[in-house]
Write a protein that binds this ligand. Structure first.
Ligand code: AMP
Length: 227
């Protein structure tokens, strides 16, 4: 999106009420670890998020609302100021690009690794490597740094199938226990990045709502330290 459009979006959509804070949370496995941490930091949803189809929730704090959305949408909401803060995996930040917001806190939850992986005992590939991934920006950057020429194949899920079915020589994916790789005849190879969930903050919100954001960052930081 061009600069003028971005500025316009920020000016028109940005919630200028400095007393209200909207925090975008990633739904799914991250949420299960984030909510206890938020609870320790004194922010508790007014209802059970897992039992509701709503996407935005009041909390015990009158001035704090929680949105629950896909992780890949969290950076967009925060960059454009529709959410002031967000919780999102570092994998998605590396893929999205991390210049559009601040990243002040590592929550040290949902830890895993971004890795390359390939078939167990496969012979090294000479020439161009066929790499399947949904993290195309991360893969491009990583192999360019290695000076390795690749053909990139974009997939949206079940990446482990690609080498099995002869679509790719290797994949770039998230590895936690390594069980998914193993179950599909693959093994982890190179570590690209350590991943965990991070707090991101809209740049304008950080100025306009500084006191409230600092307070919440402090409380979350204390909760992380106590873990
Ligand atoms: P594992 O079999 O434990 O290595 O888990 C691997 C799969 O679980 C990956 O393909 C990911 O899709 C998913 N996964 C594991 N940990 C995370 C995480 N922290 N964030 C997002 N996805 C994850």
């Amino acid at each position: 999106m061009n600069f003028i459009l971005k500025t316009l979006f920020k000016k028109t959509l940005f919630n200028m009420n400095s007393d209200q804070l909207v925090i975008a949370l990633t739904k799914g496995r991250i949420l299960d670890e984030v909510l206890p941490l938020f609870g320790q930091a004194g922010i508790v949803p007014a209802e059970d998020i897992s039992k509701s189809r709503k996407l935005i929730f009041d909390t015990n704090r009158e001035n704090v609302k929680l949105m629950v959305i896909r992780g890949s949408d969290v950076p967009t909401y925060v960059e454009f100021g529709s959410a002031d803060m967000g919780v999102v995996g570092k994998d998605l930040l590396l893929e999205y690009g991390d210049e559009g917001f601040y990243e002040p806190l590592d929550l040290k939850i949902a830890a895993c690794q971004m890795m390359t992986a390939g078939p167990v005992n496969a012979k090294p590939v000479e020439g161009r490597l066929k790499v399947a991934t949904k993290f195309t920006n991360i893969a491009k950057k990583y192999f360019a740094k290695q000076g390795r020429q690749i053909d990139l194949i974009k997939l949206n899920g079940a990446l482990e199938l690609a080498p099995l079915m002869g679509l790719a020589d290797a994949i770039v994916d998230i590895v936690d226990t390594g069980k998914t790789l193993k179950a599909n005849g693959l093994e982890p190879r190179e570590l690209i990045a350590q991943i965990s969930s991070r707090i991101i903050v809209n740049k304008a919100s950080m100025k306009i709502k500084n006191a409230l954001i600092r307070e919440i960052l402090g409380q979350l930081g204390d909760a992380v330290d106590k873990k």
